[in-house]
Every structure is written in structure tokens, then in C-alpha cells.
Design a protein around this ligand. Sequence first.
Ligand code: GLU
Length: 473
Amino acid sequence: MDKRDTRVRVRFAPSPTGHLHVGGLRSALFNWLFARHHGGSFLLRIEDTDKERSLPEYTNSITEALSWCSLISDEPIVIQSERAAEHVMVAQLMLKNGRAYKCYCTQEELQQRLGANAAEGLGYVKYDQACRNTEDRAGVPYVIRFKLPDTIQEVVFNDLVHGDIVFNLDTLDDFIIVRSDGTPMYNFVVVVDDASMNITHVIRGEDHISNTPKQILLYQACGFTVPQFAHVPMILGPQGNRLSKRDAATAALDYRRQGFLPEALCNYLVRLGWSHGDQEIFSMAEAISLFSLKEVGKKGAIFDMKKLEWLNGMYMRSYTAQDLLHKIQHNFNQNFVDRFHLWTQEQLCAAIDLYKERVKTLRELQDSLYILHDGPIIENLVDASRSLAQQVQVQQNMQMFEKKLMDISDFTKPALERVVQEMCHDQGCKISDIGQPVRVALTGVTSSPSFYDLMCILGKEETLNRLRMLQKA
Ligand code: GLU
């Protein structure tokens, strides 16, 4: 279904038991792109029914990460725990209709009859349906179990990424939908909520495939329309395992802290697992118009930090200095501009233009600019720079260069180039014999953008100060 269909309603349903994982962010993005592609709605539901593991700070960090990436819910955010009354109502209805039943078996009884695994609910040993026809026992605690239909052998669904998936009912049992403390289980609430929110397509991580047959059975038992499912493969680490903190930062907001642009991260994540020919760089508008679940790969994709850095660098270079300044100030470091008290806005923008060509992240850009603005701490020069600064020939060249600079009246790139060329000619030295020590004097390191450009940004007085400082090194 590639055409516009405004009835499309999708949701991203994170559990606030941790920060938003990049895999979750990618699921959110796929949902959002799918909704935008069809002109439908993208919704957000916070699945906080697991009170012990859910924390409000995670809800905040998840919504912050999503807004950082401009993935905003089209309707008010649904908080699952606020929908408890409806969950209870549906469970009661299922009891009344005979689609579910109260089970009074205690942990000890289950353990005795079925072994340890059954009591833990691990599912290896199936529940023996002992309470299926038990009378109500007033005052005795119970769980509510779903009554697995006896009339069908399998559940089949057409996954929009994986194709037909078949589950034999033999692998399932009368699973619990409401715990003995009255709290509902994930598979049950997700169905009640998706039905109530009129979700048409459930797009989520592949780790939920095994939950899908249970959910389909619940939809059918409740008489709800079954949505379509699309299970997106996992993001993998370099060893082919599921991406973990040992491989790369997994929390989406860590990428903000590291100085990545949300548009570059989103472009990278969309492309990781979805492709359109060989194209790597997509504007959001392009991704919206091209996105289709048919082109989502069936296999997990390996997270490649180098590629993300490359892409981020590409995005950074596509922006003007003013754009980058705004992005740093509003999304990375709001004290950034204040730090450049010795410079005019023009100097700052010229420096951004110079360094944006060489850096991969906003953080690298910021750090390079701080050094250029503050000047190197000569005592901290690294060995290579220090030994260069201490060579006699270099010191003589620098003294001569300093004198020549003092005589220049127009401190411009062509004038500086002329001075250096003349000096090379007179002294029989190479441009780099002057350029390298100048770089060290201005920035403390031997690798930097054109030293002419650096001198122009810093101006005559500051350049001379720094050259003199180096001679004292
Ligand atoms: N809350 C579930 C999770 O965070 C997602 C449920 C779903 O998408 O169906 O894994």
C-alpha cells in the first residue's frame, strides 16, 4: 500500500524503563515516515504499566529525544497507566464472555504439578488449564488467564517486512493477562490500547514477533480489528550481536551530547535497515516520499560509527556558519557564543566556516574553535610541536617572519601569501617551514586549516602575540 491513505494510524510505544535506545528511535522514525508518507497519524504511547521498572525521568528523556529528532505525536501522548479502568473493563468482559478465566493456582501448586519453570511463567512448561472450569472462590487471590481457542491449530499473519509468519498453537498456553495484584500484562494492554487508539499498523522491533500470535488471538477474542504488523530487524554491533553499550552509545541523547545533528542521526538510522538504491543522503521530505516497508531489509544491520560520523560531517558542511552557530547554541551548548568574548561575530563565523570542513561533529567544531580563540597553552605543547618550536632554524625564521608581519599594513590573505613567498625565496626554505611553526604558535598543533586563514581570523596583533609566545617556549 503505497498510496496516500489518511486512515493510517501508527504509534510508537516505548516503556520508560530506560533512555530511548537508538533502535527504538529508528522504530519511531519508521512509524513517523510511514504515517507521513500516507498522510496518516503518528501517535506516542508511554507504556508505564510496569510500575517497578518505569521511572518518570525516562519518560522525560524519551520525549526529549523524540522532540530533538522532531518526531512529535500528532495527538496528545497516551499514558498507559491512565487507561487502567479500560483495561479492567475489557478483562471483565472477557471473563464474562468466557474468553478468559480466573486461575487460583498458587505458585507452590504450579511448581508441584508442572515444575519450577511454569511457576515463574517462563513458558517452557505450559499451564495445564486446571482452572478452566473452576467455580468462583470468594476472597481467594487469582490471576486472569486467556482461554486459548480449541478450534484453531495455528495463527498466521502477513508481516509487512518478513512475509507470512506461522505460529503453531502448540507453542502457546493459557497465558496470564492480569496478575494477581490486578495489574494487566503487556500483551493484553498493548492490544486494548492499540484497538482503542484505532492503530492500523504496528511497526516495531523484531523482538516482538513472538508476542504477535498472542496479541492476534486477543484481538480476535475481544472482537477488535487486527492491525497489520511490520517487525523491523534489530540494530547489531560489529560482532553481529544486538547493539550494546560496549559497541557504541545506545541512548539517542548521547548522540546529542557527542555533537551529532538530529537530521544526520535520523538519516543514518533510516538508511540502516531501509534502502532506496544506493542513495545515502536523504532530506526528510525525500525520505517521506520514498519510504516504504517493502524496502526494509529482513536482516539486522550493523551499526557503523564511521559512517554516521561521515554523514554528520556531510550535513555540517552543507550548512552556513550562521546555521551551525544556531544549531550549536540551541541544541548543543547554550553558552557557546559567550565563550568567544574576544571575537566579533564575524570572526566566529569565519572560524566556523574554516573548521566545518574538517570536523565530524559539533563537539569537534566547538573544541577546535575554543583552542583557536583561547590560543595554545605553550607549556602544554605536545612533543612534536615542542621539538619543532625549539629548533634554532625555526626560531630564526619566526623572528624574521614576525618582523615582516609588523610591516604589513593590509593584513589580508594575498598580502600574507606574498610575504611568505618572498621569505621562502630569500631564505631558500619551503612554505611548510614557516607554515608549521605558525600553526603551532596559533593553535598548539601541527595540523590545522590554512595558516593564512587562521592569521586573518585572529588579526595582526593576536597573531604577533602568539608568534612571540612560541619563541619563549
Ligand atoms: N513497550 C514495548 C517496548 O518498549 C513496545 C510495545 C509495542 O511496540 O508493541 O518494547
